[in-house]
Design a protein around this ligand. Structure first.
Ligand code: SAH
Ligand code: SF4
Ligand code: F3S
Length: 444
């Protein structure tokens, strides 16, 4: 087999959820340890890692078109590594369909990238989609870098088995990372400059562990401990499942000042028959009761959710129930998707698959209702004073972008820097952003 020159530069392309963003960052750090550096913008990399998502068909197919596009003008190609959930679900198929792929590595095995790369350099093609008992987290180098907003994966996997979803198969069973490891990683990313940490998990609120004194704690206990880090200003968590939304976690929203007033709680449908067929194990009423309790302790909380339209058998009237729920809840923003049949999931074999034109129409109506709600929420914020964590420069001179406590995108002009937390007044609402006026310059 033909040997290849060892790669000197890499590029990681992330698709899918924030957990992939986190994994992508960890892979980048791991490659950095091997003296492989990030390819400068606009330059071709020797190694391209496609960190893929399998959640919907379109996302999964994208990987093959991306692989095709990586060929260079002179006919050569970089070393292509396929990571993420498509790698886990379709490892062998990728190897068969795409001969230019050098390695396939699953989301629980990427700590083995360096060894796999040595094999690729020797001319081999390698696949590793193991879910080893010894976790990748123990094998990865410690975190050294972080922007003002950082992700921290605290929990992985899912035991819920919603009938449409691939995640329990691609990410495995629910596992919580140990408290001490998380505290250590949080310290490191705060030392590296993070002002806000978003705790991540496919079911983040299923996290459980033991605190420093050996007492059993849930996610709210973890949040309470992390909130003690003096240089950390803000905490968030995502994504939660309604069934793991404990009273303790709800109360944390009233008690922990650093915990931001935002909750992403997917519901998927506003109809109980559909929820049952989805195996969601909550009802519309039990979902609404949770939101009521959260609003009771934290009246200004911004609520977000996920929706699927066109689940097999969903009737017009059942879809209307989803619209009803949306107008009842008044989401600050939300994500909505057309149902996509996924191989190996029970829903893919269900009768009465909804025709594409019906799904299109439902999605359009739902998205119109959600955008309308988002604008209404943004309008209701006008006149409020709040903090903004600056995370980017804007397009215009002197303009800065950042997030409000309610996760709205804020832009303002004035003296600031990335990583600053500034006081602003919200003055102009747009559908997906808010213009603000700087009141008090940075306390960095
Ligand atoms: N664990 C999280 C979300 C995981 S996937 C949760 O349960 O909330 C993110 C979102 O993708 C889901 O909430 C769902 O709305 C959507 N999704 C998952 N599988 C899908 C499918 N087969 N077709 C369309 N959307 C899907
Ligand atoms: Fe998928 Fe359901 Fe698990 Fe969320 S809870 S990851 S939608 S199976
Ligand atoms: Fe996609 Fe895997 Fe995340 S399927 S949504 S990248 S867990």
């Amino acid at each position: 087999m033909r040997k290849i020159a060892p790669p000197r530069t890499y590029r990681v392309k992330n698709f899918g959820c924030q957990m992939n963003v986190y994994d992508g960052e960890r892979m980048a750090e791991l490659l950095g340890e091997q003296d492989i550096t990030a390819a400068p913008d606009g330059e071709e990399a020797d190694l391209v890692v496609l960190n893929t998502c399998h959640i919907r068909e379109k996302a999964a197919e994208k990987v093959y078109s991306d692989i095709g596009r990586l060929k260079r003008k002179d006919g050569t190609a970089p070393i292509i590594a396929v990571a993420g959930c498509v790698a886990q679900a379709e490892g062998e198929e990728i190897m068969a369909r795409a001969p230019s792929v050098g390695l396939v590595v699953g989301p629980q095995a990427y700590h083995r990238l360096p060894e796999m790369l040595s094999d690729v350099v020797e001319g081999k093609r390698v696949t590793d989609t193991d879910m080893p008992a010894e976790t990748k987290f123990d094998a990865l180098p410690p975190r050294r870098r972080a922007g003002p907003t950082a992700f921290l994966t605290v929990q992985e996997g899912c035991d819920k088995f919603c009938t449409y979803c691939v995640v329990p198969y691609t990410r495995g069973a629910e596992v919580s990372r140990p408290f001490a490891d998380l505290l250590d990683e949080a310290h490191r990313i705060v030392d590296a400059g993070a002002r806000e940490i978003t705790l991540l998990g496919q079911n983040v609120n299923a996290w459980t562990g033991e605190d420093g004194k050996g007492r059993a704690i849930g996610l709210e206990g973890l949040i309470r401990e992390l909130a003690k880090l003096p240089d950390l200003a803000r905490l968030r968590y995502t994504t939660s499942h309604p069934n793991d939304m404990t009273e303790g976690l709800i109360e944390a929203h009233a008690q922990i000042e650093k915990l931001m007033p935002y909750l992403h709680l997917p519901v998927q449908s506003g109809n109980d028959r559909v929820l049952k067929a989805m195996n969601r194990s909550h009802t519309v009423e039990s979902y609404l009761r949770i939101l009521e309790r959260v609003r009771a302790v934290r009246p200004d909380i911004a609520l977000s959710g996920d929706f699927i339209v066109g689940f097999p058998g969903e009737s017009d009237a059942e879809f209307e129930d989803t619209l009803k729920l949306v107008s009842q809840v008044r989401y600050s923003q939300a994500y909505s998707f057309k149902y996509s049949p996924r191989p190996g999931t029970p829903a893919a074999d269900m009768d009465a698959q909804v025709p594409p034109h019906v799904m299109d129409e439902r999605l359009q109506r739902l998205q119109a209702a959600l955008s309308h709600g988002q604008l209404a929420f943004n309008r209701s914020s006008i006149g409020k004073r709040c903090t903004v964590l600056v995370d980017r420069k804007g397009k215009h001179p002197g303009q800065w972008l950042g997030k409000s406590p309610w996760l709205q995108s804020i832009h303002f002009t004035g003296e600031a820097a990335i990583g600053n937390i500034v006081e602003v007044e919200l003055i102009e609402a747009r559908p997906s952003s808010i213009g603000a006026e700087l009141l008090q310059p940075a306390h960095a």
